[in-house]
Design a protein around this ligand. Structure first.
Ligand SMILES: [Zn+2]
Length: 390
């Protein structure tokens, strides 16, 4: 009796949750339709062309929804797309989804599979997947739906592959415990060739008597080394990733470091990367203030910490008389990178976009000595930069 009650609760909850999800997607889609129909609601008076106004109003509405729902803007856009697609092309699936009969994951798969089908094919596709969508678990439904689509698609496989191959890409997805996923969306033959090379190298390493790593671990290590250019003929020169290490961590402390593009990493890893790993430049930070103490000359792009330091020091654009806040400014290498200038606080200054361009596009020049900044105009006028306001 108690068991049945629990099962019934779970079934009802699934239905309610699916209905709520469909309602959310429907409301998102309706909001964006409204924004496109009445751009002035999001833009006010505008000089944009009608087409741009519609596009910007939609972007503004997507940002609005993302903030209100605590969702990524890409998620809002995808949900609107799925809702419009289901509503317009497969109304029976849409109705079943809104009733809570077709789970959201299956409905969303249908929305992505109808893309590229002719009108007649869409009708046949909906007919074929309507019953399975309500009864099958996602993995099984996915296999059946893809097979159904395959039979209905009229576009030749070579054309489809060319279009899909244009979408090839590599993405990195941060995970927890100091790990991350590296995904590559590739033509199948390229993926298989890459995997064959990885397996072959891993098997060779596994044959060593003192090798303790599993084959899976070896493959992961080989893949990472090949991509970073550590193994084989690859060339890692010029590839650098910033690792920020608090000074006390370098001396054995436990304060976590920061890996550029990822976030916090454990102290052991931070020490290892700062110590001797290739392809990394280290940034040492003060134990209390967190300000940058030292940074290798090997990176061009200033790390966030250094950028903040320079912004706080300069307060405003360092061009004489300019009052634009340093916060929105570019960081300019006073002595250019190409001329051997370092990415260090003493060689970086805040310049607003306008004055940054002026410095690069004209004969205005600047020199800095011991905090004294001197600008020289193309006709020889010399002016000391204003001191920071406080
Ligand atoms: Zn300026």
């Amino acid at each position: 009796m108690r068991l049945e009650f629990g099962l019934a609760r779970a079934e009802v909850a699934r239905r309610v949750a699916t209905r709520a999800q469909a309602e959310q997607m429907s409301a998102i889609a309706a909001t964006l339709r409204e924004a496109r129909a009445f751009p002035e609601l999001y833009l006010g008076p505008t000089m944009l062309s009608p087409a741009d106004a519609v596009a910007f109003a939609e972007r503004a509405a997507i940002a609005d929804l993302a903030v209100r729902l605590s969702l990524a803007e890409a998620t809002v856009r995808a949900q609107a797309h799925d809702a419009e697609s289901l509503r317009g092309l497969t109304p029976r699936i849409w109705a079943a989804f809104r009733e809570g009969e077709v789970p959201a994951v299956n409905a969303s798969l249908v929305a992505s599979l109808v893309v590229g089908l002719t009108e007649a094919a869409v009708v046949a596709f909906e007919e074929a997947v309507l019953a399975p969508a309500a009864t099958l678990a996602p993995a099984r439904f996915r296999a059946i739906a893809i097979a159904s689509r395959e039979r209905l698609v009229t576009e030749p496989p070579t054309e489809r592959h060319r279009r899909a191959a244009a979408e090839r890409r590599v993405i990195v997805e941060p995970d927890f415990d100091g790990m991350a996923w590296l995904h590559a969306y590739l033509p199948a033959d390229a993926a298989q060739r890459a995997m064959a090379r990885i397996s072959q190298a891993a098997l060779q390493l596994a044959a060593a008597a003192d090798e303790t790593r599993t084959l899976a671990q070896l493959k992961a290590d080989v893949a990472a080394d090949l991509l970073a250019g550590v193994l084989g003929s690859g060339n890692s020169v010029g590839v650098t990733v910033g690792v920020t290490v608090p000074v006390l961590t370098l001396l054995g402390g436990n304060e976590p470091g920061t890996l550029e593009g990822h976030g916090p990493i454990d102290a052991d890893t931070a020490r290892r990367l700062a110590g001797h790993a290739p392809s990394f430049h280290r940034i040492l930070t003060h134990p209390i203030s967190g300000t940058v103490l030292d940074i290798d000359r090997t990176c061009y792009r200033p790390p966030a910490d250094l950028k903040r330091f320079v912004e706080l020091r300069d307060v405003v654009c360092t061009f004489p008389g300019c009052g634009r806040s340093a916060r929105g400014c570019d960081l300019d290498h006073t002595v250019s990178w190409a001329d051997g200038g370092s990415t260090s606080a003493s060689n970086l200054a805040s310049l607003c976009r306008h004055h940054h361009r002026l410095k690069h596009e004209s004969n205005w020049t600047v020199t800095r000595d011991d905090g004294e900044t001197v600008w020289r105009s193309p006709t020889g006028a010399v002016r000391n930069a204003d001191p920071p306001p406080f």
